[in-house]
Design a protein around this ligand. Structure first.
Ligand SMILES: *[C@@H]1O[C@H](CO)[C@@H](O)[C@H](O)[C@H]1NC(C)=O
Ligand SMILES: *[C@@H]1O[C@H](CO)[C@@H](O)[C@H](O)[C@H]1NC(C)=O
Ligand SMILES: *[C@@H]1O[C@H](CO)[C@@H](O)[C@H](O)[C@H]1NC(C)=O
Ligand SMILES: *[C@@H]1O[C@H](CO)[C@@H](O)[C@H](O)[C@H]1NC(C)=O
Ligand SMILES: *[C@@H]1O[C@H](CO)[C@@H](O)[C@H](O)[C@H]1NC(C)=O
Length: 505
C-alpha cells in the first residue's frame, strides 16, 4: 500500500510540476554507510532520484543500494543523450532482474541504453515502450547471457538488421510488437537456443524471406498477426520443426498453395482469420498431422475443396464463420467426422451463404450424434438460404420459419420462386419483374439448418451426389417433395401476389 502511494506521489510530482532544467550533477561514490545515512537524497541511486530535472525517474520495489531487483523507469524531457550522467546511476543497482523503460514524450529516447543493460549481470526481463529506435542495428542484442525476455513495443522500429538478436542463450520470449517493421530478412534471429515465443504482431511486414526463421528450431509460438503478408511459401517456415502455434490473423493472404505448412509437422493451432482467403488448394494443409485447431473466420472462401481435410485428420476445432461458402458436403467433412463426435470438438459454419439442400443433411445427423455441447450449439447457429435457381427444393410445408420470421419466410419463397418469376414475367413483363426482385431482396431469409425437416433438404434436379451416400434421400422422396412443393407454391402464388401488391401499391 505504502509503495503504491509512493508511486502515485512520484507520478504526480513528475507530471504536474513545471520543471526548470538543471543538469543533475554526478556525485562521487560514497561508502555504503554514508549512503544509508543520506537515504532519500542520493543522486547516485537510480531508485531514489530526487532531482526533478532528471530525465529518468525509476520506481523500484526496494530502494536501497544494491537491493533492487526490479525497476520501472520513466523517461521524460525529450532528447536524453547516451552520455547523460543519469545512466551511470544505474550502477547503484547492479542486481536488477527486471528493467522497464516507459518513454513519456515523443523522441525522448532514441537509442537502446546498452551500457546500462550490459552492466546488469542478472537481468532477466527488459522492456522498452514508446521509444524511437527506427533501426535495430547488428548485434545490438548480443551476448546477454541471463536475459529471458525482451519486449520492444511501440518503439517505431522499421528495420531489423542481420543478426540483431544473436547469442542470447536463455531468451525465451521475444516481442517486437506494434512497430513499423516491413520485412523479415534472413539471419536476423541467430543463436537463440531457448526461444519459445516470437511475437511480431502489429507491424507492417509484407515480406518474409525464405528461411528467415530457420535458426529457430525450438520456437513454439510464432505470432505474425496484423501485418501485410500476402504471400507464403513453404520455405518461409523452414526449420520451425517445433512450432505448435502459428498466428497469421489479419494479414492479406488471398490464397494458400499446396504444402505451404508442411515443414510445421508439430503444429497444433493455425490461425488464418480475417485475411482475404479465396482459394485454398486441395493440399494446402497437408503435413499438419497434429493440427487440432484451424481457424479461418472472416475470409472470402466460397467453396472448400473436398480433399482439404484429408491432410489434417486430427482437427478438433474448425472455424469457418463469416465466409461466403455456398455448400459444404459430407465428403468434405468426412475425414474429421469421428473427431467431431468427441466431447470438446467444434465446427463453426455460421455466417456463410450455404444453400439449403441435401448436401447439408449431415449437419443434422452430426447434431444428433455428437456428444460435444459446443458443437451442438454451433450447429444450431448454422443457417442456409433457399436456392433461387432450384425451383423445387424449397421447404414449403411444415417448415418452422423460425419464430417471428413467418412473413419473411413467405416473401422469401416468393422472391426466390422461379415459378413465380416466370409467371410474372409472362404476365407483366420484365420491368415489373425487376421491380419485385429488388424490392423483395432484403427479405431473403435464412433458415436454420437443424430445424428444416430432413425431407425438405432435397437436391432435386441438380443432385450432385448419389445413393452411395446413406445420408441422401431416395429419389422417391424427392419427387414427392417436388410434387407437393409445386402444388403448395401454386397456391401460395395467389396469396403472395395479393400480399405483394398491397406492399407495392
Ligand atoms: C560474445 O560471445 C562470444 C562467445 O561466447 C564471444 O566469442 C564474443 O567475443 C562475445 N562478444 C562480445 C561483444 O562480448
Ligand atoms: C514468456 O511468455 C509467456 C507467455 O506470455 C509467459 O507465461 C512466460 O512466463 C514468459 N517466460 C519468461 C521466461 O519470461
Ligand atoms: C522440440 O521440443 C521438444 C520438447 O519441447 C524438445 O525435446 C526437442 O529437443 C525440440 N526440438 C528441437 C529441434 O529443438
Ligand atoms: C435426430 O434425432 C431425432 C430424435 O432421435 C430423430 O427423430 C431424427 O430423425 C434424427 N435426425 C437425423 C437427421 O438423424
Ligand atoms: C409427381 O407428379 C407427377 C405428374 O404431376 C406424377 O406423374 C407423379 O406420379 C408424382 N409423383 C409423386 C411421388 O407423387
Amino acid at each position: 500500500m505504502e509503495s503504491v502511494v509512493q508511486y502515485l506521489l512520484l507520478a504526480l510530482v513528475l507530471t504536474s510540476v513545471q520543471i526548470s532544467y538543471t543538469e543533475s550533477k554526478l556525485t562521487q561514490r560514497r561508502d555504503k554507510s554514508e549512503r544509508r545515512y543520506h537515504a532519500g537524497k542520493n543522486k547516485d541511486n537510480i531508485c531514489e532520484i530526487t532531482d526533478r530535472a532528471s530525465k529518468v525517474h525509476c520506481y523500484c520495489e526496494s530502494t536501497e543500494i544494491k537491493t533492487a531487483r526490479r525497476a520501472d523507469c520513466w523517461v521524460f524531457n525529450g532528447g536524453i543523450e547516451e552520455s547523460d550522467p543519469i545512466w551511470s546511476s544505474f550502477n547503484s543497482q547492479p542486481f536488477l532482474e527486471r528493467l522497464a523503460f516507459n518513454v513519456r514524450s515523443d523522441g525522448a529516447l532514441k537509442f537502446i541504453p546498452l551500457q546500462v543493460i550490459h552492466h546488469l549481470k542478472r537481468l532477466q526481463k527488459l522492456s522498452i515502450h514508446y521509444a524511437t529506435f527506427n533501426k535495430i542495428e547488428k548485434k545490438v542484442f548480443h551476448n546477454m547471457t541471463t536475459v529471458r525476455e525482451i519486449i520492444l513495443m511501440n518503439d517505431k522500429i522499421t528495420e531489423l538488421d542481420f543478426s540483431s538478436f544473436v547469442n542470447l542463450p536463455l531468451l525465451v520470449n521475444l516481442t517486437i510488437k506494434e512497430n513499423k517493421i516491413t520485412e523479415i530478412q534472413r539471419d536476423v534471429f541467430v543463436d537463440l537456443p531457448s526461444l519459445k515465443n516470437l511475437d511480431l504482431s502489429f507491424n507492417n511486414i509484407n515480406l518474409v524471406y525464405d528461411g528467415c526463421f530457420e535458426h529457430l528450431t525450438t520456437l513454439n509460438d510464432l505470432t505474425l498477426e496484423s501485418n501485410l503478408i500476402s504471400v507464403l511459401t513453404k520455405d518461409v517456415f523452414r526449420g520451425l520443426a517445433n512450432l505448435t502455434r502459428l498466428d497469421l490473423r489479419s494479414n492479406k493472404l488471398s490464397a494458400i498453395g499446396d504444402l505451404t505448412f508442411t515443414e510445421l509437422w508439430n503444429l497444433n493451432e493455425l490461425l488464418l482469420d480475417n485475411n482475404e482467403l479465396k482459394y485454398l488448394s486441395e493440399r494446402a494443409f497437408d503435413g499438419l498431422v497434429l493440427l487440432q485447431k484451424l481457424s479461418m473466420t472472416g475470409n472470402k472462401l466460397t467453396a472448400i475443396n473436398e480433399g482439404l481435410l484429408e491432410g489434417v485428420r486430427g482437427l478438433e476445432l474448425l472455424d469457418l464463420r463469416n465466409n461466403e461458402i455456398v455448400t459444404f458436403t459430407y465428403d468434405t467433412i468426412k475425414p474429421i467426422m469421428d473427431n467431431l463426435k468427441l466431447k470438446t470438438s467444434v465446427l463453426y459454419l455460421s455466417g456463410n451463404k450455404l444453400r439449403c439442400d441435401c448436401r447439408l443433411i449431415w449437419i443434422q445427423v452430426l447434431r444428433n450424434e455428437t456428444t460435444s455441447e459446443p458443437l451442438k450449439s454451433a450447429l444450431d447457429d448454422v443457417t442456409c438460404m433457399i436456392d433461387a435457381g432450384d425451383k423445387f427444393t424449397r421447404p414449403t410445408k411444415a417448415v418452422d420459419f423460425n419464430d417471428n420470421t413467418k412473413t419473411d419466410g413467405l416473401l422469401e419463397i416468393i422472391s426466390n420462386s422461379d415459378v413465380l418469376n416466370q409467371e410474372i414475367n409472362e404476365d407483366e413483363g420484365v420491368n415489373r419483374l425487376h421491380k419485385i426482385e429488388t424490392t423483395v431482396q432484403p427479405f431473403e431469409s435464412q433458415l436454420t439448418v437443424v430445424n428444416i425437416p430432413v425431407e425438405s433438404l432435397s437436391c432435386a434436379n441438380k443432385l450432385a451426389q448419389n445413393s452411395e451416400d446413406s445420408l441422401m434421400l431416395s429419389s422417391k422422396d424427392e419427387s414427392y417433395w417436388k410434387n407437393s412443393s409445386f402444388k403448395l407454391l401454386s397456391n401460395l402464388y395467389l396469396v403472395s401476389t395479393l400480399l405483394l401488391s398491397s406492399i407495392l401499391y
